[in-house]
Design a protein around this ligand. Sequence first.
Ligand SMILES: [Zn+2]
Length: 59
Amino acid sequence: MTEQNAPRRPIRLCARCGCTTDDPVLVHEVHAATGPGFNVYACPDCAPHYPPLQDPLIT
Ligand SMILES: [Zn+2]
């Protein structure tokens, strides 16, 4: 088995239930003052439990 030809799917860890999902939903963006921020993902089942993304650039 070779994985080089397989499409690389974005496996993410759900921040709410802790399961891994290959269909992550971005639920929160953390912006760090120093250095790059990071994103928080949830699985599709948990995503509705998070508040909608708030983009400070959009008022
Ligand atoms: Zn989840």
